[in-house]
Every structure is written in structure tokens, then in C-alpha cells.
Design a protein around this ligand. Structure first.
Ligand code: PAF
Length: 283
């Protein structure tokens, strides 16, 4: 496994692979890797001959400066973890490499239909930051496939939309959310939780499962289900930003009769903002 920091070195490696007719998959990350990331890298290595993983804590997508400086950076441990799961090249660009003229006057990519809902509403500028850095990374790596976690479902759809709208020649693939035995979705932000809070946080997934069961039993009043779930989360000590039942393909407001749904939530617990979502398909 090789580690490269510059765009030139990365492109030279990808070109050498292309000359050998190898296919390439790409997994963008912000580091501080856990089992969830590793499962995406394993998936990437099943889908292509060579795998690039990027580690870049993208300042442009942090709406809160504190959060950016506190974001855990564990590159040495990340590199060790990646060596066992089929990663061929780790790309670790600096902020200067990605934004040589700074970020204020940098071209921004915006995906309007994802900005105005759910996490987009609560984190102004966040998805522009994600869309901008992902567009850059996809152009830098020029892989055949890129893998993103379903844990960040809105982000996954945003990237599918931008790839469609900008005609980028790449397939975007989602990888399932990796959970611990309590059901808590793996996230770098779980590190901000104490042992007690981790146990509380498991209530998020349980609450989403209960919403799903109610829908599957025929409950059609989505707004009542959402409100009820927020109340339950509050009793568990989880401050809900939202619990929302949406159409899975575009995150539009779901209405009675829609079959392919996604139930999404964001909560605050101590220093952490946690998000989760599950699928709900009706026959
Ligand atoms: O999901 C993440 O870790 C980040 O948002 C991503 C896609 C690597 C862009 O910085």
C-alpha cells in the first residue's frame, strides 16, 4: 500500500493502472476510520481491481469552527487499518493542495434540491462544502466507481444528483450502515460520547425501527409518527433536531401511498450531533 500527498503523484499512479487496464474504485473519507469505513473499502475492493482511499478533513464543510479543530485526526492509525482491507493507495492532500488560493474565492458546487431539507436546513453551507470537495476529489482521482456510506443518506443522494447533473463519468455506490451490537451506527462522532451516552444513543436506531414497524402495520399519519418519535427520543435524553419520513429516491415529503421510504433523524447528545436513517419498503 502506497501513501501519496500530491495530485500529480496520485494521477501518475492511476494512469499506470489504466495503462494495465485495471479498474479503479475510490472511497473518500475524513479519516478517523472505523469498521464502517473499512466495510466501504472492502466493498470497493470487490468492485474494482485497485482502490484509492482519500483522507482529508475538509474545512469547507464544517459549519462550526470548533467542530473543525476538535475533529479527530488519526492518520497513522488510519493507515494501519487500511493496510489490511484491500486499499492500494491512500491520498492525503493538505488543505493547501486542495485549496491553494484559499476557500473564499474558490468555485462552489451547490445541489439545490438537497440544501433545503433535513441536515441541509440545520447546517448552512455544509452540503456546498461536501459537494465542492467531492467534485474535486472525483476529478482528481478519476475512478470508475466511488463508494459512500448509506449512514449519510442525504450526502449519498446529493452526490448521486451532482454526478447526474454534471455528467461525471463515474458510478456512485452506497454501502450499508455498519452498527455495533446495540444498533448504534458507527460514526467518528461517537467518540464524543461517554459510556453512558453511548447506551442512550442506541435509542436512536430503536426509535427509527419502531417508526418503521408502525408504517409497516399500516399507520399512514406520518406527521403524528414523527412527532411521537421526537417525544420518545426526548424521554431517552436525545434532543431530536428532526425525525422525518421521506421518499427514498429524492427525499421529498412522503405521503400516504408512497412505497419506497427512508426514515431519517438527527439528534443532539452532549457534544455530539448524531444522524441515522433506515429504509422502509412497502409491498
Ligand atoms: O462523509 C465524509 O466523510 C465526508 O463528507 C466526505 C464525503 C469524505 C467529503 O469530505
Amino acid at each position: 500500500m502506497q501513501s501519496v500527498e500530491t495530485i500529480t503523484a496520485l494521477r501518475a499512479q492511476v494512469k499506470a493502472w489504466r495503462d494495465h487496464k485495471y479498474t479503479v474504485a475510490f472511497v473518500p473519507t475524513m479519516g478517523n476510520l472505523h469498521e464502517g469505513h473499512l466495510s466501504l473499502v472492502k466493498k470497493a475492493s470487490e468492485l474494482a481491481d485497485k482502490v484509492v482511499v482519500s483522507i482529508f478533513v475538509n474545512p469547507l464543510q464544517f459549519d462550526d469552527k470548533e467542530d473543525l479543530s476538535a475533529y479527530p485526526r488519526t492518520v497513522k492509525a488510519d493507515i494501519q487499518m487500511l493496510s489490511s482491507v484491500g486499499c492500494d493507495v491512500i491520498f492525503t492532500p493538505s488543505v493547501d493542495t486542495m485549496y491553494p488560493k484559499g476557500m473564499t474565492s474558490h468555485t462552489h458546487i451547490s445541489v439545490p434540491d438537497m440544501d433545503d431539507k433535513l441536515c441541509g436546513l440545520r447546517r448552512p453551507g455544509h452540503f456546498d462544502g461536501v459537494a465542492t470537495v467531492v467534485t474535486k476529489l472525483l476529478n482528481i482521482v478519476q475512478a470508475d466507481i466511488a463508494v459512500f456510506g448509506e449512514k449519510d443518506y442525504q450526502q449519498l443522494l446529493l452526490i448521486k444528483h451532482l454526478v447526474r447533473d454534471l455528467n461525471l463519468p463515474i458510478d456512485i455506490v452506497g454501502g450499508p450502515t455498519f452498527r455495533d451490537e446495540s444498533g448504534l451506527a458507527m460514526s467518528s462522532r461517537n467518540q464524543y460520547l461517554s459510556e453512558k451516552q453511548r447506551k442512550q444513543a442506541a435509542g436512536l436506531h430503536q426509535t427509527l425501527l419502531a417508526v418503521k414497524q408502525n408504517i409497516e402495520r399500516g399507520e399512514q399519519d406520518f406527521s403524528a409518527l414523527q412527532q411521537d418519535a421526537c417525544n420518545k427520543l426526548k424521554l431517552l435524553g436525545l434532543a431530536a433536531e428532526y425525525v422525518d419520513i421521506r421518499r427514498a429516491n429524492d427525499l421529498g415529503q412522503a405521503i400516504s401511498g408512497d412505497k419506497d421510504l427512508r426514515i431519517l433523524a438527527a439528534v443532539r447528545l452532549g457534544k455530539a450531533r448524531l444522524i441515522d436513517n433506515i429504509a422502509c419498503h412497502l409491498a
